[in-house]
Design a protein around this ligand. Structure first.
Ligand SMILES: *Cc1c(COP(=O)(O)O)cnc(C)c1O
Length: 356
């Protein structure tokens, strides 16, 4: 057995309520990438029961899977509209986030063909330079408003480049650009903040916030105390314990060597489970309040810990992610982000959903 992944839906709901309390507008939930690895359907069901009415996925197929489970919520697909996809968006009642004049044209053609007015979100690029209408495209749209025939822009949105760095001047510059461009759509609601953006000043609060990571316990205020509740706990049973004399090494390439008589515990979690190779000789696990260091390389299906200083037996559970050691801690040991830790959580864990 690999390990147990406990997902606390009660914490996810509590995090959504906490975020909702930060501003006057609506708080949506971003559930792309299987709700950052936690499981889109259980997460979305719990949030919908708590009163969340708007959900964002990245792709159409994610949105379609969510629609089958939740017939009455608002679902937006962030990554826009590909040619030939418009009919599926309409049939499944998915609102596209249009990010170019080409996509506007596709959605307008769909509306004209149906003889209906179709809603959309419009993504304005203010500096991310990935998705969204450019300033030049906005000028064209202003000069040629017929391009929006049959299309109702319900929300204009943009995405912040550096919301997790409050001192970065780019935040204000993007917001100013966004508010100026949004004047072109006086009847549309506005949406700017992601998780970290909700913790910037009220200048960044709009009528619709789009948090993802903070719902799942990632710290939206790096460097400060995490205001969110942890939503995942990962534990794994000890498969074997090896007593090593001085000079023995552990794992591939022998990258760790016993400097004293040592005991090493092996668990059945490896990089195939999202427990990154970058953690080699850097990560920690916990057992009954004590920290134990990861030693040697992480294998595909195994990892090894120095348990010389603690009392532990085969079958006991080491905690890899938990209250003492959260996603942001493991992320810093792996030199990555909490986002990547969560979205990499493997499929072999026994998942248990708690709360909600
Ligand atoms: C992923 C995403 C979000 C959510 O961001 P978090 O940092 O996880 O809160 C919001 N908006 C857009 C456009 C996104 O791609």
């Amino acid at each position: 057995m690999t390990g147990f992944l406990d997902i606390d839906l009660g914490a996810v709901v509590a995090n959504w309520r906490h975020l909702s309390g930060l501003h006057a507008g609506e708080t949506a939930a971003v559930v792309k990438a299987d709700a950052y690895g936690l499981g889109m359907l259980p997460v979305a069901h719990a949030l919908a029961r708590a009163g969340c009415k708007s959900f964002f996925t990245a792709h159409l197929d994610e949105a379609v899977a969510l629609r089958a489970a939740l017939p009455d919520v608002r679902i937006m697909a962030l990554n826009g509209l590909l040619p030939h996809a418009a009919a599926d968006f309409f049939a499944q009642d998915i609102t596209p986030v249009l990010g170019s004049l080409k996509e506007v044209a596709l959605w307008s053609a769909e509306a004209k063909g149906l003889g209906q007015v179709l809603p959309c979100f419009l993504h304005l690029d203010t500096g991310m330079n990935r998705l969204g209408l450019t300033q030049a495209e906005l000028v064209t749209l202003k000069a040629e408003p017929e391009r929006l025939a049959g299309v109702q822009v319900e929300v204009v949105m943009s995405h912040l480049v550096a919301a997790d760095a409050p001192e970065n001047r780019l935040n204000e510059q993007q917001a100013l650009k966004f508010y100026a461009s949004a004047l072109q759509f006086p009847n549309a609601r506005k949406s700017l903040a992601n998780s970290a953006g909700m913790f910037l000043s009220p200048f960044f609060h709009t009528s619709l916030a789009r948090p993802g990571a903070a719902l799942y316990g990632v710290n939206p205020t790096p460097g400060r105390r995490n205001p969110m509740k942890p939503a995942v706990k990962l534990t794994a049973p000890v498969l074997q314990i090896h007593d090593l004399p001085v000079g023995e090494t552990v794992g591939y390439a022998g990258s760790w060597k016993a400097e004293r008589p040592s005991r090493v515990a092996t668990i059945g979690v490896g990089y195939a489970d999202g427990y990154s190779r970058a953690l080699a000789n850097r990560a920690h696990a916990w057992f009954e309040g004590q920290m134990v260091p990861l030693v040697g390389r992480v294998s595909m299906d195994l990892a090894t810990f120095d348990v010389t200083d603690i009392q532990i037996n085969q079958g006991d559970l080491l905690t890899l992610l938990g209250p003492d050691h959260g996603v942001d801690d493991l992320a810093s040991e792996a030199r990555t982000s909490g986002y990547e830790i969560l979205t990499s959580l493997g499929r072999r864990y026994q998942r248990r959903y708690l709360g909600a």
